[in-house]
Design a protein around this ligand. Sequence first.
Ligand code: WTA
Length: 658
Amino acid sequence: MTDDTLESVLTEQRLFEVPDQFAKQARISGMDQYFEMMKHAVEDYEGFWAEQARAEISWEIPFSEILDESNPPFYKWFSDGRLNVSYNCIDRHIEAGNGQRNAILWEGEPGDQRSLTYNELLDEVARLGNALKAYGVGKGDRVVIYMPMVPEAVAAMQACARIGAIHSVVFGGFSAEALKDRIEDATAKVVISADGGLRSGKTIPLKANVDQALEEGCDSVEHVVVLQRAENAIDWTEGRDVWFRDIMARESGDCPPEPVEAEHPLFILYTSGSTGKPKGVVHSSAGYLLGAAATMKWVFDIRPESDVFWCTADVGWITGHTYIAYGPTAVGATQVMYEGGPMYPEPDRLWAVAERTRTTVFYTAPTAIRALMKQGEEWPAKHDLSALRLLGSVGEPINPEAWMWYYRVIGGERCPIVDTWWQTETGAHMIAPLPGATALKPGSCTHPLPGIMADVVDEAGNSIDRAEDKGGLLIIRRPWPSMLRNVWGNEQRFIKTYWSYFPDQYLYLAGDSASRDADGYFWILGRMDDVINVSGHRMGTMEIESALVSHEKVAEAAVVGRPDEVKGNAIHAFVILKGSRGDQDLDHLRDDLRGHVAEKIGPIAKPDDIRFADGLPKTRSGKIMRRLLRAIASGEEITQDISTLEDESVIRQLQGKD
Ligand code: WTA
């Protein structure tokens, strides 16, 4: 956190009251109702959540146990209940007479369109579920999904849920090598992919990446299911590869949902941390579903019969899991899904889609808002956005300037903005406004949701007094239903990362620092660890460092985030070469290193800047001085005491002066 951030937080005075029109029809209208719910949760925590779980989930076998805290931090929720997530997301809406309602209004990047009703979604999911079973995938087996943003990706996730298989979606922007690591960690039996994905006029070679990953390992994989999407020439391995549409045509559309225990893992999603390889965050079936469904109602105020919801995230991230694949379907809503680049072919693409589909609730990331803001108001002005009634933001702090633009230009000063703080690990929104109740302050995610015991604490875990809040650690005091359950195959890492910071107390450590103002509003100040947020994507600096160091010419590397107007953070790398710098063509090497990182992780991890030096600034005890590197990367004046440095001339090199 910089002093500037804290300063702006503490001086933000603007308050946006709930518009009367909105409050009148909202599910939660007024702070009294919020306080009432919070009071219920404080007085009877388990009773509160049990009530929600009965209301939101259709159970095959009702639960009697609520929260099991006997073996912390391995908490269990509703553990003697049984359910099927895909039944909850599809069949029950059909049984209620809503099978003809559109589940997905899809638009491809080239402009092709497809809509699927809940009946049609069920047919796809059931056929695919049967196909997976025919390939020997059963309850608890893992399936990796590496697909573009097409309805079949949602169908694939739901098909796994239907048969009790555990999916692990890998973002299509990750490289063959990153894909391989994830397939191997999850020991997946089947990979579902496509011939290619379309993004900003380019074709992403998904199938070629799968081939490469499988060539180098991944022995657990028996079949690769390939959707034809990009009309892209691909290699074919007879016996292993099968066309998506071929198996769909031969399978039956009748696939009974398999009831599973509440705690049965629904999916694994890999996310970056401060150390080592990405970790597989494991989510449960019932608790996760509850978080997704409840927040669709509380935070997005969703009315399935009239709203058109659109979350612009990719299904490869948690936002696409909770607010595309599971949340909108859990409540039986209609949602928009768009395949391609937000500026393609022109900067009004999102607004054109919103106009055509009459989108009412729109959810995106600050980085997208800032990029669109740069293009000018004339682009949204070309479109009728009058159907919009609510806007959302996720993934990183939204700066007040972007907030105001979003509010004024996109929302026509009539739509509340819900700034939602949450994480891959939390499964669903944790701190966010209730749009019919909460007065908004630009840049603040406002208050914890009902039943979420979020707090800002000092190093000892004590709440920081609001009046003198200068920022502290963001934690959650009590286990909540949609929380992660484990790190796949690595219990120790689960305990160490999230539950070991405060000795003798199980407080969930979010990894963000936060502050609370005198009105009790939460302000997220940024990550406290070596994770950076690049265009709303969470990246581990260590991961990028290891990718750099795996290059034959690199001896050592340090990566830090540097503030960037559009991306939030840009990736700045300091590189020490083997041998002398003078002997190298540094411009050429820079390109080479960027390409190398793209190959190891994916294009999203490419450093924006690379500077070469003879050494890195280290303390006498040998620790890299990251704070100093951050200051250098952002061109700040060096105020730190560098007299302890082994070699002060290194600083000039890192600043690009020598
Ligand atoms: C950041 C994305 C400020 C935060 C859902 C968190 C935010 C990390 C917000 C999780 C927000 C997310 N305001 N910061 N509204 N939402 N973050 O796992 O640093 O990809 O820890 O989940 O994003 O990123 P993840």
